[in-house]
Write a protein that binds this ligand. Structure first.
Ligand code: DNO
Length: 390
């Protein structure tokens, strides 16, 4: 019985969690990216090899690239999008030449993952990431001041947002803006003005247009990926709903099915992120994993807990709304069908114990993820033993 590979996201040399620390977590491999390269620019072979050697000098392997970010002009199919696609291909060639195989990316317009609070207090004193619709509406209507923003929310949210906004001091509003636009550690920070400008480029882009742009992009790069033996893994939208008036097209089974069916090339696959997909109550994750099968090229294991209003916090890896046992069981069944090891990483974790007094990357402190990895490792071992009847 083959196990899933246990990996760990490392943001590079500036990550407060070092490669030496990661070895002690029991992770076998690393998920990393050249975050300092501006979005869209070529990742040179030299830089890739340097990062790879650094990882290997700690007896770890660089198993997954997350992410090679897609330039906004590719998503909107405007400006020099063909030039950006050529640069993307160049990066893919360099990654393949360096021996990398799995490439994660996402097609979220403007903002990567979005939360409204990074230190949501759990009953045990640890801190979690949180998404709240009223706070998002405060950001959208009063800070971003997006045209017609209020029309995107049910009336009661708009009313609550007005009250909450009136009670927030300027400092709290600035803090909220920083949280919503937090982005990826080590990458360029976005300001409210940048965001307004970026949003305006989507004025005429609805979900169908964006879907067409994704398919076009995949048609351009998958033949090359097939040839190079690369496996692409599109990350779902997080949260899996339309936000800030932007279309989101990677949020449920229909979306994922459309992506794999529209571009049948074998390199075209999914990053099955249980945390992102799990925030939508209509997503049945074990069933989705079974349906996607060997199209799953990489997985993020994380759990969320929703309330009746659709707000959610990130729960412990084995708690929350997603049946992690059932998901891991499906993934292990898929693993038995493919020759390459499918990597998973414990995605996010609570800020807890000593990490509460440290500066950590939100969601990516050491001890919370260490807990998640250890729990999933045990879960996997138990399932594997059971599958092998020993
Ligand atoms: C957040 C992450 C995402 C993810 C990218 C993949 O913690 O899961 O930022 O890395 O969206 O492209």
């Amino acid at each position: 019985m083959k196990a899933l590979r246990q990996t760990w996201r490392w943001f590079g040399p500036n990550d407060p969690v070092s490669l030496q620390d990661i070895r002690q977590t029991g992770a076998e491999g690393i998920v990393s990216a050249l975050h300092h390269v501006p979005h869209g620019e070529v990742w040179t072979y030299e830089e890739i090899i340097e990062r790879k050697k650094l990882i290997e000098s700690y007896q770890l392997t660089w198993d997954v690239v997350e992410s090679v970010t897609i330039h906004e002009e590719i998503k909107t199919r405007t400006g020099d999008y063909m030039g950006w696609i050529e640069k993307y291909k160049e990066s893919l060639r360099n990654l393949a030449k360096a021996g990398l195989r799995v490439i994660t990316y996402n097609f979220m317009p403007v903002n990567d993952w979005t939360r409204t609070q990074l230190d949501y207090l759990m009953p045990d004193g640890s801190k979690a990431l949180y998404f709240n619709w009223v706070d998002l509406a405060v950001f959208d209507i009063y800070i971003l001041q997006r045209n017609n923003a209020a029309a995107s929310y049910p009336e009661h949210i708009v009313t609550e947002a007005a009250t909450r906004h009136a009670g927030y001091a300027q400092e709290q509003l600035d803090h909220l803006a920083g949280v919503v636009m937090f982005g990826i550690p080590g990458e360029q920070k976005v300001t409210v003005e940048n965001m307004r400008e970026k949003l305006s480029r989507y004025d005429h882009i609805n979900a169908d247009v964006l879907r067409g742009n994704l398919v076009f992009f995949l048609q351009q790069i998958t033949p090359l990926c097939d040839e190079l033996g690369l496996q692409l893994a599109i990350h779902p939208d997080d949260p899996p709903m339309d936000i800030l008036g932007l279309p989101r097209i990677v949020k449920n089974m229909d979306d994922l099915q459309f992506i794999v069916d529209s571009v049948p090339n074998k390199s075209n696959g999914i990053c099955f992120c249980t945390g992102s997909l799990g925030a939508n109550p209509n997503n049945n994750l074990p069933e989705m994993a079974r349906k996607l099968g060997t199209r799953i090229h990489f997985t993020h294991l994380r759990n969320t807990k929703r309330d009746a209003a659709g707000n959610f916090f990130e729960d412990d890896h084995l708690a929350g709304d997603t049946d992690m046992y059932a998901v891991v069981k499906e993934l292990l069944a898929i693993q038995q069908e493919v020759p390459q090891q499918i990597s998973f990483r414990p995605d996010h974790g609570h800020q807890m114990i000593d990490d509460l007094n440290k500066v950590t990357n939100p969601g990516y402190s050491c001890i919370g993820r260490l807990r998640g990895l250890a729990e999933i490792r045990g879960l996997q071992l138990g399932i594997l033993r059971n599958m092998g009847n020993q």
